[in-house]
Design a binder for this molecule. Structure first.
Ligand code: SAM
Length: 261
């Protein structure tokens, strides 16, 4: 069992909670600078751990909200940063709308790698109350999020996120700056939700995107013809593969298909 000690608090590292703690001050400051926090911002930190980012956030926005599932770490944050509103809970179950209140939130975090995708999709669902997200995750996922068409990384995750948000890959973080050292490198990504015409149809759009990528090597026609009436699709060549479509072309495709009832 790996143990980590910091300021007289020792914990047995819980792998399933993705506990790899950041130890490099320069990287910490770089993440905080990227988040562009201003006094008065409503900030939410996911997984403060031993407070690597928490301390820096608190110097700009002393009374922000942090969500931590591990009781020992939650206790640590309550003691070390009394001005922080600590929610001891699973981030996937927290009501972000309630925290946002009347102001949109800036989300920041070195997020637990085991639940990266569920967190990204939760934040996508709640994008209407989010101003920006500055998130560290496995580099491989970061590359998939920000991928361009016709690359092997481009797929469901990229299309879903990039349709509703501005996604920017910011920088790589090597595994040597964490304790314990993870098996893979990380990267920081900026995600900024934006207004799009098909905002109300996110669920239906998401289903279409999943189906379009169902078998990557098949054409759009072959992946979609069973579930959709494609007779109205005039502006997209259905002999193409999903991986070749720009985001704007997915939006066009969605507006021209008719779902079977
Ligand atoms: N922010 C700290 C840092 O950068 O050193 C810790 C980052 S560590 C990668 C992820 C943190 O998220 C851990 O503190 C872990 O206990 C916490 N965590 C894991 N699953 C969680 C969940 N479902 N809800 C809230 N926090 C969670």
């Amino acid at each position: 069992m790996t143990k980590v000690e910091y300021k007289h608090t020792e914990i047995a590292v819980k792998k399933k909670l993705g506990q790899n703690f950041l130890t490099d001050r320069n990287i910490i400051r770089k993440i905080i600078r990227s988040a562009d926090l201003k006094p008065g911002d409503r900030v939410v930190e996911i997984g403060p751990g031993f407070g690597a980012l928490t301390g820096e956030i608190a110097t700009i926005c002393p009374d922000f909200t942090a969500i931590e599932k591990d009781p020992a770490l939650a206790e640590f944050i309550r003691n070390e940063f009394p001005s922080v509103n600590l929610i001891e809970h699973d981030v996937l179950k927290v009501n972000l709308e309630q925290i946002a209140d009347d102001r949109k939130i800036k989300v920041i975090g070195n997020i637990p790698y085991s639940i990266t995708s569920p967190i990204l999709f939760k934040l996508l669902e709640h994008r209407h109350c989010i101003q920006s997200e500055t998130l560290m995750m496995q580099q491989e996922v970061a590359l998939r999020l920000a991928a361009r068409p016709a690359t092997k990384e481009y797929g469901i995750l990229a299309v879903q996120l990039q349709t509703f948000c501005e996604v920017t890959y910011l920088f790589k973080v090597g595994k040597q700056v964490f304790r314990p050292k993870p098996e893979v490198d990380s990267a920081v990504v900026s995600i900024v939700p934006r207004q799009v015409a098909l905002d109300r149809y996110q669920k239906e759009y998401s289903t279409l995107v999943r189906r379009a990528f169902q078998q990557r090597r098949k054409t759009l026609n072959n992946n979609l013809k069973k579930e959709y009436d494609l007779s109205g699709v005039t502006d997209i060549d259905l002999h193409r593969r999903a991986e070749s479509l720009e985001i704007s072309e997915f939006e066009t495709l969605f507006s021209q298909v008719k779902a079977f009832r």
